[in-house]
Design a protein around this ligand. Structure first.
Ligand code: PMP
Length: 449
């Protein structure tokens, strides 16, 4: 049982320890505030535990060192942007080599052909296009879906996350209506106009929302990953596919995170048959990149629509998208890093990580549960795995969450902020995993009765 009084006291102690451990980061943060909004180049970076973010000096594999000279085991890996580890050699060589030969031409290189064919093999999607982020891949997939169907609405699941895609930052209210998600700043139009939201694992609500045949696309992950891991009920994907087909709605499966589960995400693992698959994050080892693959039928319809607009799809693309550097990085990442062996090794390690967490849960009889998703693991403050976004949000415990992240960080272990997620990469060792278990046990012990 967590003792809230102890939790409060310990949290204050950890905050003081954080300050005393990081004078150089604090100095940099103060300097950064002179020119960067909130003292960071991206506003998300202030959402780490502690009064200021730690500044990174250098990283290698599954570890990084901050500007105060402290080394960390990195289980966050850039929230999957570096799932392949920091600076994997194959990608480094390919990136340096291509940079010497030229980075950006607005013309294709041979690598693009290799990458297209490899993605086609993995995801069974016939035609591929590229973007500079997963967010953009989702945005472009939605544009094409709207154009092809002639419909305007998008359907997403409550508490989903697909990047900063305007239509998807919407919440389901208890009365079934839709509102802008709290913190959705400056939305272009009220998402209730653009978006329908239903709970994950609710086929009835899904059918109800699709039956008016005004929904261009359903955008979803195969497994929800942004509010902890929320698995689909058995058969839910079959129903989703059946209903979207029946009502002429495009099904977009966002595999940005779930490609941690296999070489072709759940589309490959579970033989899903979406119309479009989207990807990003680690697919180019940290060089900004996104990709979206289309079924033959959807691709052909999309091409006709694009060509009817003088051959150029306005609002789709970007000059740096699919450039030579990106394609070289994706080729090396898929060809030499994200191999079957990568998944076999790191899934076994993720299993061990979860066993370690489970041993702490058992020892202190905590009402928590763990879930593994390929190389990704997560524990949530709920005795049983959650089934919907709402259940997952209700299981959140911010005080506990902040304390655990902060106390782990102070002991050299980095967990992903906002949730208790850890990623395993080839450079992660058994000792790293054991260190996490040891630290978690120590920090939990100090706040329980
Ligand atoms: N899709 C999913 C499922 C995500 O979780 C995210 C980001 N966490 C994105 C897309 C967007 O990725 P990015 O911010 O790199 O564009």
């Amino acid at each position: 049982m967590i003792n809230r009084e102890k939790l409060k006291i310990k949290f204050e102690e950890e905050m003081k320890m954080f300050d005393s451990l990081h004078p150089a980061s604090k100095k940099m943060f103060d300097k950064a505030k002179e020119s960067l909004l909130q003292g960071v180049p991206l506003n998300w970076m202030v959402r780490w535990m502690g009064e200021f973010p730690i500044f990174v000096e250098k990283a290698e594999g599954a570890h990084f060192t901050d500007v105060d000279g402290i080394e960390y085991v990195d289980f966050c890996l850039g929230d999957t942007g570096s799932l392949v580890g920091h600076g994997p050699k194959a990608a480094k060589d390919a990136i340096l080599n291509q940079f010497e030969k030229g980075a950006s031409f607005m013309l294709p290189t041979e690598d693009a052909i290799w990458v297209g064919a490899e993605l086609k093999r993995r995801f069974k999607m016939k035609f591929w296009q590229f973007s500079t982020s997963a967010t953009d891949a989702n945005r472009f997939a939605l544009r094409l879906a709207r154009r092809v169907t002639g419909r305007s609405k998008v359907l997403v699941f409550n508490w989903c996350y697909h990047g900063t895609v305007d239509e998807s930052i919407a919440s389901l209210n208890p009365d079934g209506s839709v509102s802008p998600r709290k913190g959705n700043i400056g939305f272009p139009v009220d998402p209730s106009i653009t978006t329908k939201v239903v709970e994950w694992n609710d086929p009835k609500a899904l059918e109800e929302a699709l039956k008016d045949e005004d929904v261009a696309a359903v955008l979803c992950e195969p497994v929800m990953t942004n509010v902890g891991v929320v698995l689909p009920d058995p058969g839910f994907h079959d129903i989703l596919r059946k209903l979207t087909k029946k009502h002429g709605t495009v099904l977009i499966i966002d595999e940005t995170h779930t490609m941690c589960a296999s070489i072709g995400g759940f589309t490959y693992l579970d033989d899903l048959e979406p119309d479009v698959v989207t990807l990003g994050k680690f697919v180019a080892s940290g060089i900004p990149a996104g990709a979206y693959g289309m079924s033959e039928e959807f691709g052909k319809r999309a091409v006709i629509e694009i060509e009817s607009e003088f051959g150029v799809a306005k609002g789709i693309g970007g000059t740096l998208a699919a450039n030579a550097l990106t394609m070289a990085a994706i080729r090396a990442t898929l060809g030499e890093i994200l191999t079957e062996e990568f998944y076999v090794r790191n899934m076994a390690l993720a299993e061990k990580f979860n066993k370690g967490v489970q041993s702490v849960i058992d020892e202190f009889e905590l009402p928590w549960s763990t879930t593994q998703l390929g190389c990704r693991t997560e524990y949530v403050f709920s005795k049983t795995p959650t089934r919907t976004g709402t259940e997952a949000i209700e299981a959140k415990d911010n005080d506990l969450d902040w304390y655990l992240h902060l106390a782990c960080l102070n002991r050299g272990v980095i967990m992903t902020p906002f949730h208790n997620m850890a990623l395993m990469t080839t450079a992660t060792t058994q000792e790293d995993v054991d260190k996490h278990t040891h630290v978690l046990r120590e920090v939990v012990k100090s706040i329980v009765d």
